[in-house]
Design a protein around this ligand. Structure first.
Ligand SMILES: Cc1cc2nc3c(=O)[nH]c(=O)nc-3n(C[C@H](O)[C@H](O)[C@H](O)COP(=O)(O)O)c2cc1C
Length: 206
């Protein structure tokens, strides 16, 4: 019987629970719950108990830190906003910086779903995957997907021509590969030294 991993779905979308990314993550969740214990956090819940100025102080709420710690793997979701990921996901990454290279991330697989209207999502996906690897995560094969409104419209118009475009059904592959990677017990990964004391320090004189 394969191990039943714990997966954390992190919805970093601007529109929170009511948006397009939430719809994609809900579809992923339906697939994943068959074989994993799945927890979903949206920015609204995750940052709910952040004190004023928390983002600038860079502290994640304790409940979110605990959710990261107990997860065996992650599925991140965001929209595309002016060629970038959402500001709330950016805020999350800034707040998660003290955990860089720690056991919260180290060696845990991270999958990513990006939604977009038409352009910029692939660059968001690739850059986000780069950040996640630098935090300490691993990337399973074929675990990053861009769901594009333009591609869905094209597929509705001409399914044969759009056969090679990413579609909702590719979520199945993303979920499968995330699950497969999350079942593997942690390897003895190492983290390089990380400045935990002064990484917000000023380094330029006026
Ligand atoms: C402020 C803003 C900027 C956006 N910029 C882009 C963009 O650069 N490229 C794109 O394809 N879609 C863009 N979109 C569309 C969103 O990426 C798309 O609707 C996405 O699914 C939104 O995710 P959400 O509903 O989960 O928040 C933008 C939407 C907003 C609100």
């Amino acid at each position: 019987m394969p191990r039943r991993p714990r997966l954390l779905l992190l919805n970093g979308a601007l529109a929170g629970n009511g948006g397009n990314t939430a719809a994609a993550l809900a579809a992923a969740r339906r697939r994943l719950v068959r074989n994993a214990a799945v927890e979903t956090l949206t920015r609204a819940e995750a940052f709910a108990d952040t004190p004023a100025g928390g983002a600038l102080r860079g502290d994640l709420p304790p409940a979110l830190v605990e959710a990261l710690a107990r997860a065996d793997g992650f599925l991140f979701g965001t929209g595309t906003h002016w060629d970038g990921w959402s500001s709330v996901l950016q805020q999350f990454l800034e707040m998660a910086t003290p955990l860089e290279g720690t056991s919260a991330w180290l060696g845990k697989p991270a999958a990513v779903v990006v939604t977009e209207h038409s352009v910029g999502g692939k660059a968001v996906l690739s850059r986000l995957q780069g950040v996640l690897v630098t935090l300490g995560c691993g990337l399973p094969p074929m675990s990053g997907l861009v769901l594009s409104r333009a591609a869905l419209l094209a597929a509705a118009q001409d399914p044969a021509a759009a056969r090679d475009f990413w579609s909702r059904s590719d979520l199945g592959v993303v979920c499968h590969n995330l699950l497969t990677a999350a079942r593997v017990r942690a390897q003895p990964w190492k983290a390089w030294p990380v400045d935990r004391a002064d990484f917000r320090g000023r380094w330029l004189e006026a």
